[in-house]
Design a protein around this ligand. Sequence first.
Ligand code: SF4
Length: 264
Amino acid sequence: MIPVSMIREYLYCPLKVYTKMHTENVKSCSKMTNISHDALIGFDELIKRNLWHLKGEMQVKEILEELLKDIPEFLDIVYQQYQDVEVVDDVTSNFDILKEDLKFNSWLIAIKTQKMLKTGLTGAEAVNLLFPPSLLEFKIENKENGLLGQIDKIEIVDGVYYPVKIKTNLPPLKGVWQSDTIQITAYAYLMEHEFNKEIPVGFVNYMRVGSKKPVLINTHLREKFSQCSMKLSIVYDDKFPEIVQNPNKCRSCDYCEICQYNTE
Ligand code: SF4
């Protein structure tokens, strides 16, 4: 099975997929992805728990204090779980950035909550508005085209299912990164086959700036996804891919030290 996350790698550089298939991952990015996901999922759950019992008019700072209860300790536990797997400097500094992003998102939630409490809503009602029912880390396999996806979150609103991708990097100035749009389209494709429902839109949640951006799953995107997934399966058949050299990409590539086509 081909993981959907490989689409992003393929769009970055087709050779990266080929190299990844033939080597052990040489850097810490997959570790960082796992830590981030554990931290983000637990963060949402604790915020919901802490928000649930709030009521009456409160200052934003008071709300924030309530929302953050147990969160620093939880993040320490998540971090410690990865101590035994060679936590390197990159992971440590990225985890510090992630903690800052979560703090920023807590502020945004506190501000929204204050407005809701002011209108007479309870914390429990605020939870329902801010956090629709969802399925987390939902795995779907599609044997027909050999794709395997683990969707960060599927939100369910009025019977409609929406895939949500959680990102820790910055968004582009306008819209959503192309690789994110294709990945969301891949998730929509998997979900349509799994649930037998049309998926008209998905979201990319760029945590760093607290912005959840929509992606309309249109014909153009579906076509792009289909081409990408076809080319990716050719690389998975062990065919050496086309080389697309780009020094900027090589500079931040996980394989820059071992790739002979590195142009940096
Ligand atoms: S070092 Fe450059 S050419 Fe090699 S896999 Fe990475 S991005 Fe591609």
